[in-house]
Ligand binder design. Sequence first.
Ligand SMILES: [Zn+2]
Ligand SMILES: [Zn+2]
Length: 722
Amino acid sequence: MEQLTDIVAVMVSVSVDGPYSYRVPAGMVVYRGSIVAVPLVGRLTLGVVWGAPKDNYAHNRLKDIAQVYEVPPLSEELLKTVDWVSRYTLAAPGLVLRSVLRSTEALDPERPLVAFRATGFEPAKMTPARLRVMDVLADGSAWTKTAIIGGSGVSASVIEGLEKAGALERIEIPAPPIVEPPDPEAAVPVLSAEQAQAMAQIREIDVSGFGVALLDGVTGGGKTEVFFEAVADTLRAGRQGLILLPEIALTHTFIERFTRRFGTRPAEWHSDMTPAQRARVWRGVLSGDVRVVLGARSALFLPFRELGIIVLDEEHDGAFKQYEGVNYHARDMAVVRAKFAEARVVLSSATPSVESRNNANVGRYSHVLLQSRFAEAAMPDITALDMREEPPEKGQWIAPRLAREVFATLDRGEQALLFLNRRGYAPLTLCNACGHQYQCPDCSAWLVEHRFRGVLMCHHCGHEQRVPKACGACGAVDSLVAVGPGIERVAEEAEARFPGARKVILSSDMGSNAQIRDRFAEIEKGEYDLIIGTQLVAKGHHFEKLTLVGVIDADLGLAHGDPRAAERTFQILTQVTGRAGRASKAGRAFLQTYHPTHPVMEAMVKGDREAFYRYELASREAGGLPPFGRLAALIVSANEHDPAFAYAKSILAAAPMADGLKLFGPADAPVAMVRGRHRVRLLAQSGKDFDLSGYVRFWLEQAPKATGNLRVQVDIDPQSFM
Ligand SMILES: [Zn+2]
Ligand SMILES: [Zn+2]
């Protein structure tokens, strides 16, 4: 590695457009990628040495690098990824770098632990408690205070007393590793013929080269075993691995499976961790001590030194898109990073994104299919219940036929699931005296009643108010009525209709992550007969006794007027119906719908997912939508509507002409106000080979600058139009 001297460019981790030049003081050794602290507007800021300076600066105008941290330089592939993500998303490179650097805590050397060992000196007074301590330390090893207390059952004061008496001495020992290295040979599984075939296909991508495999297989088809073997390959080749999951809070079963396969827990990276835990993982990844990380999307920016594989489980999941700060999609950026790192990518899903399916269809990705169910259970038998033909009774939400199926399932001692992807009691609350509808004061959204907690709540900003006794508009008392069903209302109906069944309600607002994990464990043990839940229940859980799934409103997702509405609906319906019959029993699912002839419903009922992909790809191609075209959104916001709209118009007026480019808007966003900010959207659509990021960058340079409380946010490849 080339040592850099004299003057260097340093990328600081703040929102600026490029690196600044700094002087390397005499005696300091830096390389490209070295992590440093530099003075910036009166204080020290973290940064990374980016290379030789672009401009010629006079020495006397430059400041010195204040400190270089004693950690290895960041890898070349990570620096290139930062540049690429910045260019693509239009986020400032320093802002992308902040996703990498995070905390200074991780940069300081790890603090050693304080431990005690016997000095060999025997104190005059020996009590039974003191003897127990001396027994524990008899072999001369050093133990921490906590470990001595655990091993001997004494109190801390006994240890302190022995130290004072001269029988024990305090020493420092290195902290144990955050996780033991995973062993690729710990429990090598016997793969089925089909899994072995899938693995052979993945192995066609060189373990030290770049390539993407789409591991496309039904829920319960054994995809995890396969990608674990791909991770094992990487470990054997001496490289590091990253497994990204969408909902990290719900992965206790996943961690157990990893632990069984590799003989040790993976290092984790997610929001439930303390800053100290994160700092240890970060440091371990950079030093190379941590070999595999299991993490949420932000783990993509961890400082791996020898990254050899990135696995995205549930690659289609919307949670891989980040909307705050740097607006990136972890799936797409994973492919970019893997290319720079010459690493393999495995994208795993039962319902791949339309983009990934297209990449597989055209041969850009290797298409690895796992079609048969692992335990050879049949795919669920799916029936559409036409709500125009056999609607529920007035004031109810469960159709008579579905209710009969629930009874029959419970009678057989099996589990049933009622699914509605809507939290709360009712999506709309109004006064039946005057018709007043309860709306969020800060957003253009109705307030959702959460009856269990006695509040009306905005699902966009979290605003909450007590359910009022009297109408705020006309003063009528007890006049509020709920319109439409939420999951709590379905639960209320189920309570009345299936009184003997042991029920559990699962919704993300129903408790802490730990409480929700406990509910899942209880369901797996068969402690409930009837599960009533939102999309929380759709993912990644094996419920052996579950044989019936009823979807209360299968049309819900189709109501969103954006290009991915059909895809998301297909994915969630496939996932939730896939909960039925995962062990040895065949499952059944019922979809309550007003649109039984919609291509999504027809593909579900026929069990013909290829029909869905054909339909969706054809309609995207006809509309020039991704992956056949490209989209970029500009979201203009302000405290008032009219200035936001006027500013959006002035941006549009500044748009440079370009061949094959279409511009739409300005238009009020579907959720026109969020947290008191009025939102107006502009949309740019281009052909797939057009440099849309470059165009938008140039466009915004021509446009008038945002002043006052005006903001403009760029969303390349928007996933929704909200
Ligand atoms: Zn009223
Ligand atoms: Zn709100």
